[in-house]
Design a protein around this ligand. Sequence first.
Ligand code: HEM
Ligand code: HEM
Length: 178
Amino acid sequence: MTDLTDRPDRYGLVSRTLHWGMAALFAAQFLSAAAHWGLPRENALREALWSYHVALGTTLFLLVLLRGLWGLANIQKRPAYSGATGQAAVVGHVVIYALMVIVPAVRLLAAAGGTRGFSYLGIPVFSPRETAIAWTQAPAEWHGELGWILGLVILGHIAMAIVWHRLIQRDHVLERMA
Ligand code: HEM
Ligand code: HEM
């Protein structure tokens, strides 16, 4: 039977489902950001891809919190990272986690302190304010830039998994997440 929890030689079903499910959702989220960045306003494809950005971004924020908690609960059982490259991989994963939290969080903070109010899947979460709270707005100016940095770090992560581990080292690192 497949293990739900992680093991030293393999990530469990919950971690693998979160990893690959979120990878697919992040691809859709970056597609929507790319359409916002690259296509002209009033373009139908841009509108279609942009229409889900806030809802999917909020879903990813909730999923990353869940994934972080699950990772912490499994920290003693997870595959271990040894040597200098192992330590570098841990640093890389921590950077990905940090950005996966910070990127949506700065926008949600701005929504919490803003004048427009905020609903998630039709559920009102933050009601509109008369005046915006200034300090909640400033970090959101970095949302797009930090989002693109996260995209670059993810591309590096994918290159490490496929080129370094699979093609050069020919080790079993990819298998433990597959
Ligand atoms: C992990 C989740 C998210 C990622 C990876 C992400 C990524 C991005 C990126 C890369 C851009 C820049 C697009 C451009 O250059 O035109 C962007 C823009 C934007 N995002 Fe997100 N986003 C996420 C979540 C959210 C959430 C939760 C909200 C709202 C609550 C949001 C609202 C916006 C808005 C309004 C813009 C356009 C203005 C700006 O660039 O700040 N995003 N997002
Ligand atoms: C084609 C796409 C991807 C491939 C081939 C891939 C591959 C892998 C592999 C093999 C591991 C296990 C590493 C190890 O055991 O040392 C891993 C872990 C990880 N990956 Fe990916 N990955 C992909 C996409 C993504 C994306 C899109 C994200 C984030 C948005 C991500 C974030 C992480 C994180 C944070 C870990 C650490 C383990 C955890 O806590 O889940 N990966 N990835």
